[in-house]
Write a protein that binds this ligand. Sequence first.
Ligand code: RTP
Ligand code: MG
Length: 139
Amino acid sequence: MITNKTFTMLKPDTLEKGYVGPIIEKITAAGFKIIAMKMVRLSRADARDFYAIHKEKPFFDELVEFMVRGPIVVAILEKENAVEDFRALIGATNPAEAAEGTIRKLFADSISENAIHGSDSDENAVIEGSYHFAGREVF
Ligand code: RTP
Ligand code: MG
């Protein structure tokens, strides 16, 4: 079996609303193994770097302010077909369009405050995971 990895962030809205536990339960119940996890607060520079691909978008400043509003939980997850399966588990960017049972459908309120991030490629999963975790923090 080929296992691979994805990177996730539980965004500030998730911590504010007390949904860390229920969301981690959904993640592990779906077969993802947590191989690294911690709570951090992004700086504005961190958030601007992380979402640099969206820097020309009209929502960019709002997105950065949201992401620095409070602590987040970052984690590396392992599962066969991790990136694609995790994007399916979290659901569409806009919770109003997310499928029933997905994390964003269950726990997010709006397209801008949508509870959780999932890497969109194997390459980005490695870049994002290694930004946050040293080798000794990954198990
Ligand atoms: P993410 O990168 O956080 O996993 O989300 P995603 O791939 O589903 O969506 P993406 O297009 O990469 O957008 C990144 C994040 O920007 C915020 N957003 N706000 N107000 C808006 O129209 C809008 N559109 C996107 C969301 O927080 C989204 O997750
Ligand atoms: Mg994205």
